[in-house]
Design a binder for this molecule. Structure first.
Ligand code: PHE
Length: 397
């Protein structure tokens, strides 16, 4: 349903079957909708006054783009996970972090909000900002919704990757479905101070006043250690992926579930773009998960933004594209392969006598919302021809 609009309006479509076959939906996630019930992946939900999820949104469930071989979101997720695996090792040299990437996006209001100390009247709960299945259930708005359940299971270092859903206007950088990668790390006193002989005298906890720098229960030395660990990890990730010359900055932020909190911004074509949110986990969240001897940090990043920067992908809607012109550019095994998204050169020919070279490019025209008419395409195509002739001093044939 929702994806159908991407397949029409294409001029000179050439198929690469490999790319297209990768793009079959996982059949177990069937979604049906009747007058008073919604069935998602075999589970039935009663509709009520809060229900605002649409068939079009439901049609996005189950694609798991972040796990599709060769999809750019899968490449970037692999690179981030590999970075975390290499950076955090246990004493035996094995990766500390566990990765969970196929958790059902249908969550409870408790998971998405209450467990994260988000106040009952907080704007982020608004019906107009979320997709509610009913008053108790919604499509997760962030991967933070799973923090508590994994802490309760006793995990100290984990990564959650998944599709998240937010009601939003659609444009080149906003789409109501996108993908997040969440990292959570909890540390014992020994892990925080263990290597620092002179710090062994410090504790993790201390009853003090809550300030901008720390929660009321944290020892300042422990907070400083975690802040450094967190920021080095994430700034290291940005330079690992975007190169050591990437310009970044830390901005103070607010999240109900972390304090202090920060956002990492990276400069992309003269604009500062927010790439992630992070902070020191509210101790109350750990206490609610029966973790009483550790403190921790968490971060959540949007995979699309990172992939758009890394591969110069100009439009967030392209991630849902089934067009081979897009997908075929990412068909490589090694996720560290460097690519810049481009229109494809199909043929190049140099005339033996005149020594003039002809290039043939394929451009696929596609409106993000509706089919395009040939007439509309002709106007755009003409414009591109004129600009190419002017800028590159070429003759259009
Ligand atoms: N969940 C937050 C968001 O979606 C990001 C975040 C995750 C912030 C973890 C702090 C800690 O914006």
């Amino acid at each position: 349903m929702g994806l159908q609009r991407f397949t029409s309006g294409t001029v000179r479509y050439q198929s690469h079957w490999n790319a297209i076959q990768l793009f079959r939906r996982i059949s177990t996630s069937t979604v049906t909708c009747s007058d008073n019930k919604i069935n998602i992946g075999g589970k039935e939900y009663e509709k009520d006054h809060m229900t605002n999820i649409t068939p079009r949104i439901l049609s996005h469930i189950g694609w798991n783009l972040h796990s599709r071989k060769y999809h750019p979101l899968c490449h970037i997720r692999q690179r981030i996970v590999n970075y975390m695996y290499d950076r955090f090792l246990n004493p035996r040299g094995n990766p500390l972090f566990s990765v969970f990437d196929s958790i059902n996006p249908v969550v409870t209001v408790d998971q998405n909000f209450d467990s994260l100390l988000i106040p009952k009247d907080h704007i982020s709960r608004k019906k107009s900002d979320n997709y509610y299945v009913n008053q108790n259930t919604l499509l997760r708005a962030h991967t933070s919704a799973h923090q508590t359940e994994f802490m309760k299971m006793g995990l100290d270092n984990f990564i959650v990757v998944g599709d998240v859903y937010r009601r939003d206007e659609i444009d080149s950088s906003h789409y109501p479905v996108f993908h997040q990668l969440e990292g959570v790390r909890l540390c014992t006193e020994k892990e925080v101070y263990g290597n620092h002989q002179d710090m062994k005298k410090y504790k993790l906890f201390e009853n003090v006043e809550r300030t901008a720098e720390r929660q009321g229960v944290h020892h300042i030395e422990a907070v400083m250690y975690l802040e450094k660990d967190l920021k080095n990890c994430l700034a290291g990730l940005a330079t690992h992926l975007f190169g050591k010359d990437v310009e970044y900055r830390w901005v103070d932020a607010y999240f109900p579930f972390t304090h202090p909190s920060w956002e990492l911004e990276v400069k992309i074509e003269d604009a500062w773009i927010e790439l992630l949110g992070c902070g020191i986990i509210e101790q109350e969240i750990l206490a609610n998960a029966a973790v009483n001897d550790k403190i921790g940090w968490a971060f959540g990043l949007g995979l699309e933004r990172w992939a758009m920067k890394l591969y110069s992908i100009p439009d967030i809607r392209l991630f849902w594209s089934r067009d081979s012109g897009f997908l075929s550019q990412f068909q490589f095994e090694d996720p560290t392969t460097s690519v810049t998204y481009k229109v494809s050169l199909i043929d190049s020919f140099t005339h033996p006598k005149t020594k003039r070279t002809s290039h043939c490019y394929r451009i696929v025209y596609r409106h993000m919302e509706r089919p395009l008419s040939q007439k509309e395409v002709n106007v755009i195509h003409k414009k591109i021809e004129e600009l190419a002739a002017e800028r590159f001093k070429v003759t259009i044939r």
